[in-house]
Design a protein around this ligand. Structure first.
Ligand code: G3P
Ligand code: CA
Length: 268
């Protein structure tokens, strides 16, 4: 209990809309981040990859097949890899109909266009460098694009985290732009966490891979900016799991259903 006898509440974890509010609108589209904003959430997550002609686009899979109508528009081009299509070709694709006819005509956004919408919506971004091994030099290119959009200035410092499953990629981002907040998407052994804390401000494992002691071990370390190493976890889409990981002390919960998580965390 606190000095007034009431229970002291730990800070609530940050709720991050995974690929936007992706349970309710097609993932990684502008509609998905608009939906997150309408639900009252400021943090959104996305995935960034590169086209054949070197443009950055927001899409999760390395293939266009699952989330667009590419098989109909370009039937002869299996396996429809993002890196084998130009930005102009990708701009022709429907990235909404697979999800619902209500979203017919949604597009795969370019990163620039996406950033402008994040800005317009007053949102904050957890940007994932996706499959960086397929796109040499993509880290510098992403930073250039963010810089062009004004996202590397001081005012945006608390509104942007760059994360990846590739430790090499995050090491590169940290080296190129040391002031930026970075996250490693994985679950290093506790004994190895100190090494990651040299270049990552956060470690972001799947929720099944963490425990209260893991989160405490992270918090006992200091990240590259001298603050405790934070833990965001994914992908938590139900109330019971949200409450469980909150009990572990996580700093952030990445979810397709941010409203469900918010309700779960405010219920007690
Ligand atoms: O932000 C965490 C999460 O996005 C990692 O997995 O496959 O959805 O990119 P994935
Ligand atoms: Ca992701």
């Amino acid at each position: 209990p606190g000095p007034d006898g009431r229970p002291v509440r730990a800070a609530q974890p940050t709720v991050v809309a995974h690929r936007g509010a992706s349970a309710y609108a097609p993932e990684n589209t502008l509609s998905a981040i608009d939906k997150a904003a309408r639900l009252g959430f400021s943090w959104v997550e996305n995935d960034v990859q590169r086209t054949k002609d070197g443009k950055l686009v927001v899409i999760h899979d390395d293939s266009l097949a699952r989330t667009t109508n590419v098989e109909d528009v370009f039937p002869g081009r299996a396996p429809w890899k993002v890196k084998d299509f130009t930005a102009a070709e990708i701009a022709r694709l429907d990235a909404g109909s697979w999800f619902s006819p209500a979203y017919a005509g949604a597009r795969v956004p370019t990163l620039d266009r996406y950033m402008r919408r994040v800005e317009r919506n007053h949102e904050k971004l957890l940007l994932e460098v996706k499959n960086p091994e397929l796109y040499p030099g993509i880290e510098a290119q992403i930073l250039k694009s963010l810089s062009n959009e004004g996202w590397l200035d001081r005012a945006h410092q608390n509104r942007l985290i760059v994360q990846s499953f590739s430790a090499d990629s995050i090491r590169t981002v940290h080296r190129l732009k040391p002031a930026l907040t970075t996250g490693y998407l994985g679950r290093p052994k506790v004994a190895d966490l100190g090494g990651y804390a040299g270049f990552a401000d956060l470690v972001n494992p799947a929720y099944a891979d963490i425990s209260a002691s893991y989160v405490s071990a992270a918090h006992a370390l200091k990240g590259p900016h001298g603050k405790p190493l934070r833990v965001f976890t994914w992908t938590v889409n139900d109330a019971a799991t949200a409450r469980k990981v909150r009990g572990y002390g996580v700093d952030g919960i990445i979810t397709n259903k941010p409203d469900v998580v918010r309700t779960a965390l405010s219920a007690d």
